[in-house]
Design a protein around this ligand. Structure first.
Ligand code: ADP
Ligand code: MG
Length: 258
C-alpha cells in the first residue's frame, strides 16, 4: 500500500457546532477510508444529522474541520490561514458528496428520469441524452428499470427512496451520506432499500449511514460509531461495538432498538 492509499477519504478533526448555547457537536474526530461503510448510531438529538450536514457543508462548523480527499470542506488553506470558499466552489465540492434523506426529497413535479438527470445536466453540463442514458442504467441498478416516466407520487416510499439513491449516484459521488434512509418507510419496504445500499457497499462505494437498522450495521458496516450528546462514545468493528458495547448509554440504546 502506498501512503496515499492509507490516507482516509474523509478526515474529521475537532468538529464543533453549537446552535445558540446548545453544543450539538462537541469535538468529533472521525476517519472514513475509501470503500468503507461507517454506520452512525445514537439516540435522537445526539447530533447525527448535524454531523452529516457538516460533511456536506449544509452546516458550517464553529471549530474543527472536515476534509474530503485531502480538500477542506468549505475552506481552503492560504499559508496557515483558512479562507472560506465561495458559493461556486462549495457547489463543486458538494457534487462529490451524495446525500439521501429520510424524506426522499424528490422533485414532485419532475418525472423519475428528470429527477435523476437534473443535477448532472444543470450542475455538470452533461448533455441531456447522455444523462438520460446513464439514468436508465442507474434505474436498472436500483431495480426500477422502465420507471423513468413515472412521477414520485406514483411510486411507493421504497421505490422513491431507490430513485433518490439513483439520483445521488448520477453525480458520481466519491462519498454517499444516508440520513435514516428507511425511517419513513413502511416496514415491508425497508428491505428493498437496504438491499440496494448493501449492493452499493459491495461495489466499493464509500458511505456514512445514519440508521437504526442494527442488522444492516452488523452485516455491512466496516465501522460502527456511537454518538451521544455530540461526542463519539464508542467506535469500532460492528462485532465489538454491537455485541459488547462498553458504554452504558450505548448498551441501553442498543437494547432499545434491537
Ligand atoms: P440527530 O440527527 O442525532 O437526531 P440532530 O443533529 O438533528 O440530531 O440534532 C441535534 C440537536 O441539535 C437537537 O437537539 C436539535 O434540536 C438541534 N438542532 C439541529 N438543527 C438545529 C438548528 N438548525 N437550529 C437549532 N437547533 C438545531
Ligand atoms: Mg437526525
Amino acid at each position: 500500500m502506498t501512503g496515499t492509499d492509507e490516507r482516509p477519504l474523509v478526515r474529521i478533526r475537532g468538529l464543533r457546532k453549537a446552535f445558540g448555547t446548545h453544543l450539538v457537536l462537541d469535538g468529533i474526530d472521525l476517519d472514513v477510508r475509501e470503500g468503507e461503510v461507517t454506520v452512525l448510531l445514537g439516540p435522537s438529538g445526539s447530533g447525527k444529522s448535524t454531523l452529516l450536514r457538516c460533511v456536506n457543508h449544509l452546516e458550517k462548523p464553529d471549530a474543527g474541520f472536515v476534509e474530503i480527499g485531502g480538500e477542506l470542506v468549505g475552506y481552503r488553506h492560504d499559508g496557515d490561514r483558512l479562507h472560506e470558499l465561495r458559493t461556486r466552489a462549495i457547489t463543486r465540492q458538494r457534487a462529490h458528496v451524495g446525500m439521501v434523506f429520510q424524506q426522499f426529497n424528490l422533485f414532485p413535479h419532475l418525472s423519475v428520469l428528470d429527477n435523476i438527470t437534473e443535477a448532472p445536466a444543470a450542475v455538470r453540463g452533461v448533455p441531456r441524452r447522455q444523462a438520460a442514458e446513464r439514468a436508465r442504467e442507474l434505474l436498472a441498478r436500483v431495480g426500477l428499470a422502465g420507471r423513468e416516466d413515472s412521477y414520485p407520487r406514483q411510486l411507493s416510499g421504497g421505490q422513491q427512496q431507490r430513485v433518490a439513491i439513483a439520483r445521488a449516484l448520477a453525480m458520481e459521488p466519491r462519498l454517499l451520506l444516508f440520513d435514516e434512509p428507511t425511517s419513513a418507510l413502511d416496514p415491508e419496504l425497508v428491505g428493498e432499500v437496504l438491499a440496494v445500499m448493501q449492493d452499493l457497499a459491495l461495489s466499493g462505494m464509500t458511505m456514512i449511514v445514519v440508521t437504526h437498522e442494527i442488522g444492516f450495521a452488523r452485516k455491512v458496516a466496516d465501522t460502527v460509531v456511537f454518538l451521544d450528546g455530540g461526542k463519539i462514545i464508542e467506535s469500532g468493528a460492528p462485532a465489538d461495538v454491537l455485541a459488547a458495547p462498553r458504554h452504558e448509554r450505548a448498551r441501553s440504546f442498543l437494547s432499545a432498538v434491537l
